[in-house]
Design a protein around this ligand. Structure first.
Ligand code: ADP
Ligand code: MG
Length: 353
């Protein structure tokens, strides 16, 4: 028997009569842990949350919360008896109640003892919605409505909180601030949460673990660090879109060779026989700029990101490599200039496929 807080074991999720995601297994070890689910639109992320909440029946497998089965082929605990809060992707506030009343309803609805309740004033303040409490849902912006519905879900202090793209309507300028607050609230009250998001940086920041759903399955479930540095498939690399695969040949247990970039050294995540032809994952932080280097590639795009520049360089085989440069670099290279890359290239974690 496991002591996990939540166990999803070999679960198959179905909606509209069709199987959407198959054989999903993952656990949340401790109360208060946060898991983020990433995946393309339409893959079945909302279906997973709806099923965990009890709104859809599980096709196969089991879901256990605090040691008790809540969903299986034969068992389906009613949503209202699960103490799970689901905050929908779309605005789910009651239109005929004020924002304040909407939030208070979450507190009244619960039959939990008052000790377990969360002070909603604190959440209201943290989420910056004090000024809209007397308004009705149609009188506030989409972002404000999302924050209000987040406040409502948080106030009920559920055993499990499910958030479906909770910040998708919030302005980018305000989003980071809300992410910080959300994380603080969840940590402070130890609310175990599963968050669906399409923003990988948001998932990396909020999640203790992240799961990526691709092609009807949970492709990888891992720490954000491992997901980024040790993606387990080419599919994950393509989905995260933060690296390029280039052909290379293994030349020793600590090196490989690419025709254009030369020798690349580092530590392999997995060993390959010498002579193997592989696809090497190159991420922006793997390359270092060096004006004096004789390895020079053409600049085809420059993105100014405030604290840094991202230069995109074109290889002879038409691969586009990104290099990050801090924005105080004196020699500001222009489009179509030749741009030097330090040799030999050293990569901390070498990932090949
Ligand atoms: P995601 O949240 O990852 O965007 P969803 O779980 O909402 O995906 O949907 C997965 C697939 O199931 C989509 O193709 C969607 O159109 C379909 N779907 C969702 N809800 C229903 C439903 N009630 N009836 C029929 N099809 C549905
Ligand atoms: Mg969805």
């Amino acid at each position: 028997m496991s002591n996990n807080y939540l166990d999803i074991d070999n679960a198959t999720f179905k909606i509209g009569g069709k199987i959407r995601v198959k054989n999903v297994s993952f656990s949340i070890k401790n109360k208060g842990d946060i898991v983020c689910i990433l995946g393309p639109s339409g893959i079945g992320k909302t279906t997973i949350l709806r099923t965990i909440a009890g709104l859809e029946k599980l096709e196969k497998g089991t879901i256990k919360l605090k040691g008790n089965i809540i969903s299986s082929k034969d068992i389906n605990i009613e949503p209202e008896n699960r103490n799970i809060a689901l905050s929908f992707q779309e605005n789910s506030l009651f239109p005929h109640y004020t924002i304040d009343r909407n939030i208070q309803l979450a507190l009244e609805r619960k039959n939990t003892n008052s000790k377990k309740k969360i002070n909603s004033n604190e959440i209201i303040k943290l989420l910056g919605i004090s000024k809209i409490l007397d308004k009705y849902p149609h009188q506030v912006s989409a972002g404000e409505a999302q924050r209000a519905s987040l406040a409502r879900s948080l106030s009920s202090n559920p055993d499990l909180l499910l958030l479906d793209e909770p910040l998708s309507n919030i302005d980018t300028s305000f989003k980071e601030e809300i992410q910080v607050e959300l994380k603080q609230i969840l940590n402070k009250f130890k609310i175990t949460t599963i968050i669906v998001t399409h923003d990988s940086y948001e998932a990396f920041y909020l999640g203790n673990k992240c799961g990526v759903v691709l092609d009807n399955k949970l492709e990888q479930y891992d720490t954000p660090y491992n997901l980024y540095h040790f993606p387990n498939s080419i599919k994950i690399v393509k989905f995260l879109n933060r690296g390029v695969l280039i052909p290379a040949v293994i030349t020793s247990p600590k090196s490989l060779e690419n025709d254009e970039l030369g020798t690349i050294t580092g530590n392999f995540a997995k060993q390959y026989p010498i002579g193997s032809k592989v696809k090497l994952l190159l991420q922006p932080e793997d390359l270092e700029h060096d004006d004096k280097s004789n390895l020079k590639l053409e600049v085809v795009d420059i993105k100014f990101r405030g604290s840094n520049f991202i230069y995109t360089l074109l290889t002879e085989t038409k691969k586009k490599l990104s290099v990050i440069l801090d924005s105080h670099h004196i020699h500001q290279h222009k489009l179509h200039d030749k741009f030097g890359i330090k040799r030999p290239i050293h990569i901390e974690h070498i990932v090949c496929f």
